[in-house]
Design a protein around this ligand. Structure first.
Ligand code: ADP
Length: 397
């Protein structure tokens, strides 16, 4: 698996990019263009040369990618000097159409367009990024890597909602799951820490970042996951509510007079920790809780209780759990969250080690008591590396 991959993550108003050595995962240069479409845009870029930061108006995604490529020329590494073998595109929603990473051609782009109704917030920008990059970098294969793909193995009973049967066929109503790129990476790493193959490994993976999800992994495959048809379902997140009573929409529509679009926006952008606390940063929540802030204490309890509930549920789904794995910005860094989620679960064979849990280490590591029947692991995720690996596997296949 040799060569470098330009990994692109195009959002509606931003383009994140990074140049990754697919063999080692080493990032050779990366950056971000922000506020695309605004007169006051911005870019930063880190490479071997001096760091670049500039305020610059950014017309559109084409302009953003031009700025990215220019930054590689100016601050390095120049793309001509590395063996660029592929471009890997992060795509949020693959629907039922894309169950694996795919080499992009016109037909694939058409397929992605057909999925826009399922992911109106994310997929249009992903498509825009792909189209622009194919035009500007025509000499290398472009590979789309989907957040949903790892969950293509969900059994029917796990991905089927109990709604009129025809909705699945006619409107794509089913659970898809997200964060799959991260979970796939973390499963391999966790298996390695446990000294097993992924096929021998049952895990509960908790990806806790701004978005958050839990996944039950049986013999290396996803069999249940907390995000559903969209990334809104499941755990409490930075700005998303996670699970609510589905009757909430109707209730608020009737009593507050809000439109469905507005309620959708409020549940995605103004809820979760942001809604409870006015801040979506877990560090801030933990700090305020330690200062005795009542509301921060409630937000912390709601956040951790939801995760704990899912751990119990997925334990029952799996029957045997080899490890509970924490990843993502919160999972990797927040000892208080890990503690609150798993405290008192000795009866389930889960015993956190207080010293290991709070040790200032960064690599993949156990944080459970050596005698714990179920290991507890912290595994830093690396979605860019996973996308780079996929781009090489599929692009050079
Ligand atoms: P994204 O989902 O956008 O990729 P990350 O995985 O980087 O985000 O996670 C971002 C979250 O990680 C933020 O809520 C931040 O509060 C949290 N975080 C980062 N560092 C720490 C830390 N040391 N302790 C607690 N939370 C942290």
């Amino acid at each position: 698996m040799t060569g470098h991959v330009l990994v692109l993550n195009a959002g509606s108003s931003s383009l994140k990019y990074s140049l990754v050595d697919a063999a080692t995962g080493r990032t050779r240069g990366d950056g971000q263009v922000e506020r695309i479409g605004e007169a006051q845009g911005a870019q930063w870029h880190t490479g071997p040369g001096e760091e670049l930061r500039r305020e610059v108006g950014v017309d559109d995604h084409h302009h953003a990618l031009r700025l990215a490529l220019a930054a590689f020329e100016e601050r390095g590494p120049a793309l001509a000097d590395v063996d660029l073998v592929a471009v890997g595109h992060r795509v949020v929603h693959g629907g039922s159409l894309f169950t694996d990473s795919v080499l992009v051609d016109d037909e694939v782009v058409e397929g992605l367009r057909g999925l826009v109704p399922l992911a109106p917030l994310h997929n249009p920008a992903n498509i825009e990024g792909i189209e622009v990059a194919r035009r500007m970098l025509p000499g290398v294969p472009h590979v789309a890597v989907f957040d949903t793909a790892f969950h293509a193995t969900l059994p029917r009973h796990a991905h089927t909602y109990a709604v009129p049967y025809a909705w699945a066929e006619e409107h794509g109503v089913r659970r898809y799951g997200f964060h799959g790129t991260s979970v796939a990476f973390v499963v391999r790493q966790a298996a390695q820490v446990l000294g097993r193959t992924p096929e021998e490994t049952n895990l509960v993976v908790l990806h806790l970042g701004n978005g958050a999800s839990a996944t039950a992994v049986s013999a290396g495959r996803s069999v249940e996951t907390s995000m559903g048809m969209t990334p809104l379902e499941g755990l409490v997140m930075g700005t998303r509510s996670g699970d609510v009573d589905p009757a909430l929409h109707g209730h608020l529509h009737r009593t507050a007079g809000w439109s469905l679009e507005e309620i959708d926006r409020l549940l995605n952008r103004e809820s979760g920790l942001q809604g409870l606390l006015g801040d979506n940063d877990v560090r801030e929540m933990v700090r305020r809780r330690e200062d005795g802030d009542e509301r921060a204490s409630l937000a912390f309890d709601v956040y951790c209780h939801r995760i704990r509930k899912y751990v119990g549920a997925y334990y029952a789904v799996l029957g045997r759990v080899d490890a509970v794995v924490f990843t993502g910005g919160v999972g990797e860094n927040s000892a208080p969250v890990r503690h609150a989620v798993l405290e008192g679960l000795g009866e389930l064979g889960i015993e956190l080690d207080a010293v290991r849990n709070t040790a200032p280490e960064t690599g993949p590591r156990p944080v459970s008591d050596p005698a714990s029947r179920v290991a507890v692991l912290v595994v830093p995720t690396d979605e860019e590396w996973e996308i780079a690996r996929e781009a090489v596997r599929v692009g050079l296949g």
